[in-house]
Design a binder for this molecule. Structure first.
Ligand code: SF4
Ligand code: SF4
Length: 485
């Protein structure tokens, strides 16, 4: 996209080299892969909500897609099979503390029968009108299908949407958070209707009547605009300018609802398609809220404290599909990019090992070894991803696997150039925090607000002295928290 100065913006940040050079990542093609086996975490959410998982299958069991593999103390599912096949092992993988359930794929794509409980239907029994669900029913469906954020953090969406705060706006994030990643763009081009209808369902789950779809690439406006007009009858343009189109609906305009029941809840709503600048990290929640609706999330607070909930486009589409058939989301689009000859967007069942993704993306262009000076595998994007190996299973929350070329130099002394401070979107001073953290000065750390760091990685990226500023800022934040307690 053009680096438009007049687009809604936020403090700090940086324009990073984008994916323009990589045609494979901009053609919006998605290749489906069929892994030999998958490794499903015993719980998608236990670390986030403190819920312990009880595995409900045994080695040798036959399982089908969507079948629960473990449950929590309330007997709701905490993980699902993403392929059909046989349970081959249950145990840890790599350094993870969680157990993984290995399923050997029988390649039959058999789907589990779902319960007739008013929230799901068996594949043969027809579909319920998606607009007939109330807020409470949507929240329950989120919980039963274990909807988690697809934007990186993997936080359970039902926890977020259960908020008692007054929410007047839901933001749908289609700004790729990191350079190289194009998974949300490919999803939006291929499944704009799922994204838009999912956004409306999420706004109903939040009890909000306003949706802002935040878009980085200008060429996504047209398909999304056509989708809004085709999906909802009587929708009208309320306002339009070069950066934004605002549509307003009546209260009874869901054209895809052919057999609307008299008891269906009605809701009018407003949906805005808004272009925001492509500066990194525009996809980060706080920065997106500031750019899109001009509000600040209070320090130590959550988006809900500013009256806003933010969900990724892939989360919205996954919710739309779950509402349609009652099945949990068990696969997602993952961008494989970096030092590899055939970067691609792949449709990947949850728990597929990175080795199986890399196998269909050509050759590594640099020797693959562990360590900071060689090409390395990153789960996620190059700025905020985590070090991984070919054996790491890809969780549902992560949209990228990046083969990071050798770019790290030796760490040198700070030359007080100020680049880290100027680029920091949190408005803190990384070189001062770095110094105070290394010298273990907790008093000073408290006053430097290290806890405001959003772990975007920009300070380390811009530092000519290759200082590990992000790692020290995050460590400082922990130290300051302990000192304050
Ligand atoms: S201090 Fe934190 S928020 Fe600021 S640039 Fe570094 S990683 Fe990003
Ligand atoms: S970018 Fe690096 S060298 Fe420049 S002020 Fe920050 S820490 Fe020092």
């Amino acid at each position: 996209m053009q680096r438009g100065d007049s687009l809604p913006d936020f403090y700090g940040g940086l324009y990073l080299p984008e994916y323009e050079e990589s045609k494979e990542l901009t053609d919006n093609k998605i290749e489906e892969i069929t892994p030999r086996s998958v490794f499903i975490e015993e719980s998608r959410v236990s670390l986030a909500v403190g819920e312990e998982a009880k595995i409900s299958v045994q080695i040798g069991d036959e399982v089908k897609i969507g079948q629960p593999l473990s449950v929590g103390s309330n007997l709701l599912p905490l993980s699902f099979a993403s392929v059909s096949g046989t349970v081959r092992s249950i145990g840890t993988v790599g350094d993870s503390e969680q157990r993984f359930i290995e399923i050997e794929n029988n390649r039959k794509n058999e789907k589990a029968e779902l319960r007739e409980d008013g929230f799901s239907s068996s594949p043969s029994s027809g579909k319920r009108d998606i607009w007939s669900y109330t807020r409470e029913q949507l929240l329950l469906l989120m919980e039963r299908t274990l909807l988690t954020g697809h934007g990186g953090a993997g936080f359970p969406a039902y926890k977020k949407y259960q908020t008692k705060k007054n929410i007047d706006c839901v933001l749908i994030n289609i700004c790729e958070c990191e350079p190289y990643l194009t998974c949300d763009r490919a999803l939006t081009v291929g499944a704009a209707q799922d994204v838009i209808e999912g956004a409306v369902l999420l706004s109903r789950a939040a009890n909000s009547e306003r949706i802002v779809v935040c878009i980085e690439d200008a060429d996504l406006i047209t398909p999304l605009s056509k989708t809004v007009k085709a999906a909802f009858r009587d929708v009208k343009i309320q306002k339009a300018d070069e950066h934004s189109i605002i549509y307003r609906s009546g209260s009874e305009d869901f054209s895809s609802s052919r057999s609307r029941s008299a008891s269906s809840p009605s809701q009018s709503w407003e949906i805005e398609l808004l272009r925001v600048g492509g500066k990194y990290p525009s996809g980060s929640e706080r920065q997106l809220i500031k750019a899109a609706v001009g509000r600040e999330v209070p320090f130590g607070g959550l988006p809900a404290d500013a009256g806003v909930l933010v969900s990724n486009a892939a989360t919205a589409a996954a919710f739309r599909r779950s509402v349609n058939g009652g099945y949990p989301a068990v696969r997602r689009i993952v961008t494989v990019s970096g030092a590899i000859t055939k970067p691609k967007n792949l449709l990947v069942p949850e728990g597929t090992k990175i080795a199986e993704l890399a196998a269909v993306c050509g050759e590594f262009t640099e020797p693959l070894r562990s360590g900071r000076k060689q090409a390395a595998i990153i789960l996620g994007g190059p700025m905020t991803g985590e070090w991984a190996t070919l054996d790491t299973p890809v969780p549902l929350s992560v949209g990228g696997v990046t083969v990071l070329p050798a770019i790290f130099g030796e760490e040198g002394a700070c030359i007080r150039c100020g680049r880290c401070e100027r680029s920091c979107p949190a408005g803190i001073v990384p070189y001062q925090i770095d110094r105070a953290d290394r010298a273990v000065l907790p008093h000073e750390l408290l006053s430097l607000s290290a806890g405001a760091c959003i772990a975007c990685g920009l300070c380390s990226y811009v530092c000519p002295a290759h200082r590990r500023l992000t790692a020290h800022t995050l460590h400082a934040a922990k130290l300051a928290r302990r000192f304050a307690d």
